[in-house]
Design a protein around this ligand. Structure first.
Ligand code: HEM
Length: 208
């Protein structure tokens, strides 16, 4: 008689394979939680000056990241619909910075490695996923600081009513690429992206 043992799970019954998205969510959950707690966007003492400093730090990460992604040619990264830098520039101008001040803002040089399509998807998961949280944050910023898309809050609502559509399109790209052999590099790149972004925001002095 053959006994099912824990070492032979396939004898007990079929197991559901873990999707890349599930892996990404569980691998980055703690990093997301930690960053959310340290980023003062939802904190009661957030004021216009600190908000401006945060948007400037976001600019300092997104500008070099966008260049990094463009060097790795892909329809996902060359799609102008997903460009976020113009929204950051618009916000910084609305918040009172001159073009000269914007051009001299410090830029991050410690970016996540990008050598494979798997890395690209991991990086994109973090930056595209952040647009979902942006939907919550834009309401908080409007309530607390009276800032809307025209007065400095465009980035938090960068895709506007297309947020859901673009997120679903990204998830489809992730699912189409999905292969157990590559999921590890997608997850590693997502974790590295969270880590690089947090380190950059910390250096910029905007984290609690
Ligand atoms: C105070 C800051 C933040 C808050 C309050 C926040 C909040 C949220 C919320 C509510 C969601 C879920 C939205 C939904 O399912 O519709 C979400 C998703 C997400 N956020 Fe954030 N977020 C913050 C900062 C960030 C940052 C800085 C990043 C990365 C740069 C980030 C990356 C993500 C990702 C990747 C997801 C997608 C998770 C998934 O559905 O797989 N978030 N966030």
């Amino acid at each position: 008689m053959v006994e099912a043992t824990p070492e032979l799970p396939f004898l007990i019954g079929p197991t559901q394979p873990v999707s890349a998205l599930q892996m990404l969510r569980s691998a980055t959950a703690m990093q997301h939680k930690a960053l959310e707690a340290r980023l003062p966007l939802t904190h009661a003492d957030l004021d216009r000056a600190l908000y401006t400093k945060i948007i400037a730090a976001y600019y300092g990460f997104h500008v070099p990241l966008q260049r990094h992604l463009e060097c790795f040619l892909s329809p996902l990264t060359t799609d102008p619909e997903r460009y976020k830098v113009p929204a950051l520039v618009k916000d910084l101008r609305a918040l009172g910075l001159s073009d000269g001040q914007i051009e001299t803002l410090p830029l991050c040089s410690a970016l996540p490695a990008l050598q494979t399509h798997g890395h690209l998807l991991g990086i994109m998961y973090v930056m595209e996923g952040a647009t979902l949280g942006g939907q919550v944050l834009r309401r908080i910023i409007a309530d607390r600081l009276g800032i809307d898309a025209e007065s400095g809050g465009e980035f938090l609502d960068v895709y506007g009513r297309d947020t859901g559509r673009l997120w679903k399109a990204f998830l489809k790209q992730l699912a189409d690429f999905e292969h157990p052999a590559y999921n590890g590099e997608v997850v590693d790149a997502a974790c590295a992206t969270f880590a690089c972004f947090e380190r950059w925001l910390d250096r910029a002095g905007v984290l609690l």
